[in-house]
Design a protein around this ligand. Structure first.
Ligand SMILES: Cc1cc2nc3c(=O)[nH]c(=O)nc-3n(C[C@H](O)[C@H](O)[C@H](O)COP(=O)(O)O)c2cc1C
Length: 171
């Protein structure tokens, strides 16, 4: 399957990046095609709510920022993985912006399945991010393939790697 991972941490060698890489490695080993986009390194503004996309734009966003590189990847993706650090009990702002910019396409049309990778300092801080992920996945009619979380002592461990591998087995 064609898998797109949106990685929302600015730390290129951080815990979220590690989870995204492990997902990519395991998915590629299973024969899938995987692209990781570090959206935290992109210039992606929030939605302007101008409705250009739903009128004159015919699905195209009026803002010509780095989201323009991501729209074609979203249009092709069959599996969408959101990978984010927990910032103040929710997804990072860097990943919220591209998610909200889905608005011009309403929902990425080829996506069938989704997964969520979260890292945090503390345990038990995932409720907000998971609720948002499940609401969006449900709204779009996607199948949730599972969630892996890793707080401090679970980060970059074989146990977390194994949980990520289990997600891919379900694809
Ligand atoms: C702005 C900010 C807010 C954070 N908020 C939380 C939080 O609410 N709960 C928590 O457990 N960790 C919080 N953290 C810690 C990160 O979630 C944690 O260090 C995570 O593993 C970072 O992922 P990364 O290594 O991929 O950047 C926060 C970190 C930052 C920079």
């Amino acid at each position: 399957m064609n898998i797109l991972i949106l990685q929302g941490s600015p730390r290129a060698k951080g815990n979220t990046a590690w989870m995204a890489e492990e997902y990519k490695n395991a998915a590629e080993a299973a024969g899938h095609q995987v692209t990781i986009v570090n959206v935290a390194k992109k210039k992606i503004a929030g939605c302007l709510a101008c409705e250009y996309c739903h009128g004159k734009g015919e699905g195209a966003c009026v803002q010509k920022d780095d989201m323009q590189e991501i729209y074609p990847l979203l249009a092709e993706a069959e599996v969408l993985v959101l990978a984010s650090p927990i910032y103040y009990f929710t997804l990072s702002a860097q990943i919220q912006a591209p998610i909200q910019r889905f608005y011009s396409m309403m929902k990425p049309a080829n996506v069938k399945k989704t997964a969520l990778l979260l890292s945090s300092h503390s345990p038990g801080v995932y409720e907000g991010a998971i609720a948002e992920y499940k609401l969006i996945s449900g709204f779009c009619g996607y199948e949730d393939m599972g969630i892996v979380t890793a707080f401090l002592e679970e980060q970059k461990t074989d146990a977390t790697k194994q949980k990520i591998i289990e997600l891919i087995k379900k694809l």
